[in-house]
Write a protein that binds this ligand. Structure first.
Ligand code: CKZ
Length: 824
């Protein structure tokens, strides 16, 4: 450590900014390819990607170092975004945009008779996340760099990210995603900042000479945490923040005792055990799974990150923590890293020798918690026996936190034991559980939801008792998306059209996009908007042709639902509508028809049977419809395999209609809805999550609202009668008949029975059939609206013009103003 300190204090030589002209870029690119990688121009295109990445990376390095040393010099307060997921996607194209090098790089690459696009698409997605929660973390990082906010991301460097989805005979097959195989030019390994993480063992109490008790955690199996840094560039602002991802390694390559005793394989096994911790991302989106390895991952992230912050703190402050809470704040992305609450207590008490009260004060002044879901099955709880085995010292601390907390509860509500049982961090029962959300709330000074409705439902429902105890902790931070990736990068054609009209400030500050409202009635502009949309639709059509061999006609309405497959997101409602349209065509009810291309995509958690059957159903329905000559161009259906960040970059610019049709009260926010809106799609949606705020922004005439509201959902549930709904709706009856008579599974008897049963079940929590009529009616309005081309284009422009609020720049400014308070 002393060496590290001296090195840090050495005055570093000034680095020269590298030239960014076409010649220099071309020269470096060629030099990297030939002299560094030892390849030439006929090589596998992956090496071209690598050479160009190194060329661009060189031009980030100086700003990266300066950003950090500037923060250090100014001694600024910092925030740490702790998340088990960062769904980054590709980096090269994004950095080129942020550096303002799009034209020069294109020209440099053209010198070698290559196209930039071909090289950029060689990059593997960094799929280190499941869906919205992970992508949100990546958008947050982008916005913090854009706003020059001193925020460090802490996450896990999974060897295998989100699985690749193949479709075989209509079924989802999961393939491992070995994304690091070819090497990753965007990461920088920092073995010098390695941390040691403890597992297992037992706790002893030592009495110090001064009589104070000290807990020591002994006989642990230790694992090394090695950080890899990834640069996060801001938009044309010379700021480069850091995302630090931890990778697990064995403490010593081999256990020498085992090795010398001839147990070679046992010796290697312990190394494997350690490395397995960061081997794979758990592919569950919104369902808790209680697996031991997952708890290990969570503790690994929390402990490594906290120790790293303590290491940096001690470089300047030694063991003086009096100012720590003024200089540092941790934002926990859902409960996944909330073991950090107990871990920071352990570090302060056991290692920094602080008293409980001092440590608790620091903890509750530095921890903040974001909740992303109300679904009961997603609320994490860990069995006490598992905790005891894996993290005995942390369990002790959690018990102590709980004991003190319950004392507070009993003082506030004397004699109300029901309240104490309800609010306890420990759930009693045959097997006890630790409720991670409650630990997070008790240990944090801020608790936020991710959209207005969601935050209200947290305070009124799920966390009601806690809200009554600490109303001041609760707040809302409506999600957003970054306009750099989701507009400027993904939709260059629309971006230049917008920039031509209102200048390019909107890229830095999306509030400016509202200026487009002035041009909504400009018919020349509208025609160009329409033409750009059409070009973008062609890109979707090419993708669908390529991957599904289905022909999408760009004159048709492009109707898209891409997101994780989940019952509450109701892909089934979409499919019922598609079957209904098919039925209308078959019975000749096609007057004033609007041609539609329906695109659905998304991954199902590997153990989520009904979600996997939904994928199979979509593919079977697509097979029937797309091969029926009577249907022709009126209706097409495609399931796009392996939906991912890079697929969304192609899909959202060309979408006309954005499907956001969750059961009201279930989708905490949604963020795909915002990407589509920004790119000029119109939404058909329920009154749920951020849809409500999108509706408020665009007005009812520019949004296709349908379905039960959250409070109505609860009332209808009491006497929900699907059979009666089917019998009283001729269209639905025909749709259900087509489904159950085997029309879409002639040679696959009974494969959709479970899906049909769940729709017909009076206990169906998602009330799919209750919203069918209202959904179909809304779709009729959509079809009609699309026939009026001028009217539709106006709606499209208006949606983009109203999307300013949904930038993560706004979200981050709110987090900063209300929670982080970083002074910039
Ligand atoms: O977070 C998005 C919101 C979505 C919400 C999503 C989310 O559904 O409406 O826009 C960003 O705020 N994801 C999760 N919870 N809410 C979630 C993700 C992963 C995992 C879990 C929940 C996961 C779990 C539980 C992964 C492995 C094991 C267990």
């Amino acid at each position: 450590m002393s060496m590290e300190k001296t090195l840090c204090n050495l005055k570093m030589p000034e680095m020269q900014r590298l030239p960014r002209d076409i010649e220099s870029l071309a020269g470096d690119f060629e030099r990297y390819l030939t002299r560094h990688l030892g390849r030439f121009f006929g090589c596998m295109p992956f090496y071209l990607y690598e050479a160009l990445s190194l060329t661009i990376r060189d031009r980030i390095m100086m700003d990266w170092r300066n950003t950090w040393t500037d923060y250090e010099k100014k001694g600024v307060r910092k925030a740490y975004y702790m998340s088990m997921e960062f769904l980054i996607g590709r980096s090269l194209g994004n950095h080129i945009l942020n550096l303002g090098l799009t034209e020069n790089t294109e020209a440099a690459i053209n010198k070698f008779a290559l196209r930039l696009e071909e090289i950029i698409t060689e990059e593997q997605d960094a799929g280190l996340g499941n869906g919205g929660l992970g992508r949100l973390a990546a958008c947050f990082m982008d916005s913090c760099a854009n706003l020059k906010l001193p925020v460090v991301g802490y996450g896990i460097r999974y060897e295998y990210g989100m699985f690749r989805q193949d479709i075989e005979n209509g079924y989802q097959l999961e393939e491992p995603d070995h994304w690091l195989q070819g090497g990753n030019p965007w990461e920088l390994k920092h073995p010098e900042y390695t941390q040691v993480i403890k597992f297992g063992g037992h706790v002893e109490i030592n009495v110090e000479p001064d009589g104070r008790k000290r807990h020591v955690w002994l006989d642990t199996a230790d694992v090394l945490a090695i950080p890899y840094d990834i640069p996060v560039s801001g938009y044309k602002n010379n700021t480069v923040n850091t995302l630090r991802l931890w990778s697990a390694d064995a403490t010593n390559v081999f256990n020498l005792d085992d090795f010398n005793a001839g147990s070679y394989s046992e010796a290697v096994e312990s190394k494997n055990d350690a490395e397995h911790i960061t081997m794979v991302l758990y592919p569950n989106d919104s369902s808790e799974n209680g697996k031991e390895l997952r708890l290990k991952q969570q503790y690994f992230l929390a402990s490594a990150s906290l120790q790293d912050v303590f290491r940096m703190w001690s470089l300047n402050e030694n063991n003086n923590f009096t100012q720590f809470a003024e200089q540092n704040v941790f934002q926990m992305n859902d409960t996944h890293p909330t073991i950090a609450v107990a871990e920071i207590m352990r570090l302060l008490i056991d290692e920094k020798h602080m008293s409980w009260d001092e440590a608790w004060k620091i903890t509750t002044q530095t921890m903040a918690y974001t909740n992303h879901t109300l679904l009961p099955e997603a609320l994490e709880k860990w069995s006490v026996p598992l905790f005891e085995k894996l993290l005995p010292r942390l369990l002790q601390i959690i018990y102590e936190i709980n004991a003190r907390f319950l004392k507070l509860v009993s003082r506030k509500w004397p004699g109300d034991t029901g309240k104490q049982i309800r609010m306890s961090i420990i759930e009693e029962g045959d097997v006890k559980y630790v409720r991670m959300a409650y630990l997070a709330i008790v240990g944090s000074f801020s608790v936020n939801g991710v959209a207005a409705l969601h935050s209200r439902l947290l305070a009124d429902g799920l966390f009601r008792d806690f809200y009554e105890l600490w109303p001041e902790k609760f707040n809302n931070k409506t999600n957003g998306v970054t306009p750099r990736r989701w507009m400027a990068y993904a939709n260059p054609a629309m971006s230049s059209l917008i920039t031509e009209k209102i200048g390019d400030e909107w890229i830095r500050d999306l509030g400016e996009i509202s200026q487009l409202k002035k041009h909504v009635n400009d018919s020349v502009f509208a025609e160009r908007w329409f033409a750009v949309k059409k070009e973008n639709k062609q890109r979707i059509a090419d993708l669908v042709k390529d991957e599904c061999n289905i022909d999408f006609d760009t004159n048709a309405l492009f109707d898209v639902q891409v997101k994780r497959i989940h019952e509450y997101k109701r892909q089934m409602l979409n499919i019922l509508h598609v079957i209904h349209l098919y039925d209308r065509i078959k019975r000749g009810d096609t007057e004033n028809w609007t041609n539609r291309c329906v695109l659905i995509g998304g991954k199902a958690a590997p153990g989520y049977q009904i979600a996997k059957q939904t994928i199979k159903l979509i593919n079977n329905v697509a097979d029937v419809i797309d091969n029926d000559p009577q249907v022709g161009d009126r209706l097409k259906l495609a399931f796009i395999p392996n939906y991912s960040v890079s697929k969304m970059e192609i899909i959202c610019p060309g979408t006309d209609l954005s499907e956001q049709i969750s059961t009201a009260g279930k989708e905490a926010s949604g963020t795909g809805n915002m990407k589509f809106m920004m790119n000029g799609a119109v939404t058909i949606g329920t009154y749920d999550g951020a849809n409500i705020e999108i509706l408020d922004a665009v007005g009812e005439e520019n949004f296709f609202l349908f379905g039960l509201k959250a409070d109505e959902v609860d009332k209808v549930r009491a006497d929900y009668n699907p059979e009666q709904i089917v019998n009283s709706d001729e269209d639905l009856k025909r749709v259900m008949h087509l489904l159950s008579c085997g029309h879409f599974n002639s040679f696959e008897y009974g494969i959709f029975d479970r899906i049909i049963d769940s729709l017909m079940n009076p206990q169906d929590p998602w009330l799919t059939l209750a919203d069918f009529r209202s959904y179909v009616d809304a779709q009729v309005r959509v079809s009609r609206a699309y026939l009026d081309r001028a009217g539709w284009v106006k709606m499209s422009i208006h949606n983009t013009a109203c999307s300013g609020y949904f930038s993560t720049d706004r979200t981050m400014q709110e987090y900063n103003a209300d929670i982080w308070k970083l002074n910039i």
